[in-house]
Write a protein that binds this ligand. Sequence first.
Ligand SMILES: [Zn+2]
Length: 182
Amino acid sequence: MDKIAKLNRRPKARSGSADSTDAGARPSRAEAEDAVRTLIRWAGDNPAREGLAGTPARVVRAYEEWFSGNFEDPQEYLRRTFEEVAGYDEIVLLRDIRFESHCEHHIAPIIGRVHIGYLPRDRVGVVVEATHECMTTRGVHRPEVSMVTSCMLGSFRTRAETRNEFLSTINLKGVARRNNGD
Ligand SMILES: [Zn+2]
């Protein structure tokens, strides 16, 4: 299946969202480009101006790329785990995995790093550090702030020393110092 065909598939309903896009609700490319022209006019510019002539098509293509994840099933990526751990029971850490996303409140970029720690028998602790452009370029205008969110499960939730070992290994203290403007 080529990329365009894949992007034209019906989005999978996301669990827990009551307002997921339903079949047939996806607008046409021309409608999406018209919506960009509307936003350009709303921002006080003229979509017919020479420099903006190709912008609606470019923006719609960029949206296809930025939001292609809406048409993928994360379970496909998360299905594979490794059961043969040969008695190894220390934390396994994947650090500084760069990611790019968009906030659902402003469709503004979120750029940051994900750290994943797990015990071979007892998955998983996850920490996400990111700059939310809706906080750095508008609103409170705080470019020095990065937002840290975490999800601790299993031993990472129940054992403070396991959790602290994970957090100190990914150097979250360094993040806190940067947040304080050092
Ligand atoms: Zn936002």
